[in-house]
Design a binder for this molecule. Structure first.
Ligand code: HEM
Length: 412
């Protein structure tokens, strides 16, 4: 291992391939990845893994630098490491596009996610959240994953897409099937399920084009910019993305965030006190901390389009670069000495859980509304939250998945 790509040279030789090797092993993420992220940030914030020819970026400043420069760090060659070397005739998602294609997609779909429309969903979300929270008995352990975090976002996204309630269980299986590492289902089963999902959503898209309803499928189907519309294939592809992007991520923000709150001494009580004192930002700040601390999307990849210097390293052209959002969100140089601590009142909180720049998450408003409403409903009923057993984490290098998290709420 040489250090000849280190701009300005370095005196120590660090075996970065060995240091970063665990990050390529899905099982690593079922444990605690944060100590390794901390070591990377301090010793090699831009590190090279020679096995995959992959750069791993763990510091906040460099993650932001990569995200804000799509001309140099492109998305069209894949955003997950299993896509290294891929090339696509048509992009599988809008996340896999670069300007000007990306700008066109974004202009067409963004209006469907305008904040006023997302906030109009609030009453429906609250009703769904209330029904789930009502089932929780004080003093009796519940699994926040199965009982809250799985059903709520699924119900919300199904409502958003105008999908009937009896289809929800299928939706859940479909979205599990397409996330690498979310399940241990056989590959053929996963492929069959994701095929079923695409067919279903394409049919729904075609149906709404013919007979529009009051749902986002119809809205996106009708969206037009200068006479340009999404093709049926693009619409179907986008719906698949909504289902997947809107589910797993929001689920883990909720489950991971509640685990964070449960493990933060006085966190629940403090939050309750700030809400009762009428501090208007108490809940939004708590949701941002749930996002930062959990970072539901561990990292996304880019590919260099030219030689470039990043964090004192020289990257070649056509090299994959993995941005570790989960690490950037614990960067001490941004979040201070308490970066590893869950602090529901943290302010400011410039986390990158939704990415940064042109691809900044289109569903951020919706995810934030869901998180706030869930907290509101829980705080209204319960005086405390405590862990009641071990947290089981998913072995996924993409989604920081919580498989189960038993907690006990007590009444107020
Ligand atoms: C806590 C919940 C969520 C998290 C942590 C999250 C995270 C992210 C991240 C990191 C990106 C950036 C992708 C990139 O730079 O390559 C992204 C983009 C995106 N997200 Fe989310 N997301 C969440 C919820 C949602 C929801 C609820 C929806 C839809 C209903 C959604 C739809 C999308 C879409 C369509 C994009 C692509 C935007 C683009 O390429 O311009 N997300 N999300």
């Amino acid at each position: 291992v040489g250090d000849n790509d280190r701009v300005g040279g370095g005196s120590e030789i660090l075996d970065e391939t060995a240091l970063t090797a665990p990050l390529l092993d899905p099982d690593f993420y079922a444990g605690d990845p944060f100590p390794l992220y901390a070591r990377l940030r301090s010793e090699a914030p831009v590190a090279r893994n020679d096995t995959l020819g992959l750069w791993l970026v763990s510091s906040h400043a460099e993650v932001v630098a990569v995200s804000r420069d799509p001309a140099t760090f492109c998305s069209s060659k894949g955003i997950m490491t299993f896509e290294i070397g891929a090339s696509y005739a048509t992009p599988p998602t809008m996340m896999h596009t670069d300007p000007p294609d990306h700008t066109r997609y974004r202009d067409l779909v963004q209006p469907g996610f305008r904040p006023s429309y997302m906030r109009a969903l609030e009453d429906g979300i609250r009703q769904r959240a209330r029904t789930l929270v009502d089932r929780i008995e004080p003093g009796v352990p519940v699994d926040v994953v199965a009982d809250l975090a799985v059903p709520l976002p699924l119900q919300v996204i199904s409502d958003l897409l105008g999908v009937p309630e009896d289809e929800w269980p299928r939706f859940f299986r479909w979205s599990e099937a397409v996330i690498p590492g979310a399940t241990d289902w056989p590959e053929e089963e996963r492929a069959a399920l994701s095929g079923e999902m695409v067919t279903y959503l394409l049919e729904a898209a075609a149906d709404r084009r013919l007979s529009p309803r009051d749902d986002i499928i119809s809205e996106l189907g009708a969206a037009e910019v200068d006479g340009d519309r999404l093709s049926d294939a693009e619409l179907g592809m986008f719906l698949v993305q909504l289902l997947v992007a809107g589910n797993e991520t929001t689920r883990n923000m909720m489950s991971g965030g509640l685990v964070g709150l449960a493990g933060s001494p006085g966190g629940w009580e403090g939050l309750n006190a700030r809400v009762e004192a009428g501090f208007p930002r108490a809940l939004p700040l708590a949701v941002e901390e749930m996002l930062r601390w959990t970072t539901p999307v561990i990292g996304f990849m880019r590919t260099t389009t030219r030689e470039v210097e990043l964090g004192g390293r020289r990257l070649g052209a056509d090299e994959p670069v993995l941005m570790l959002y989960a690490s950037a969100n614990r960067d001490e140089s941004v979040f201070g000495p308490t970066a590893e601590v869950f602090d529901a009142a943290r302010d400011p909180n410039p986390h990158v859980a939704f990415g940064f720049g042109a691809h900044f998450c289109i569903g951020a408003v919706l995810a934030r509304v869901e998180g706030r409403i869930l907290l509101e409903e829980l705080l209204a009923r319960f005086g405390s939250i405590e862990m009641a057993g071990p947290v089981v984490r998913a072995a996924s290098p993409v989604i920081a998945g919580v498989k189960s998290a038993p907690v006990v709420f007590t009444s107020r």
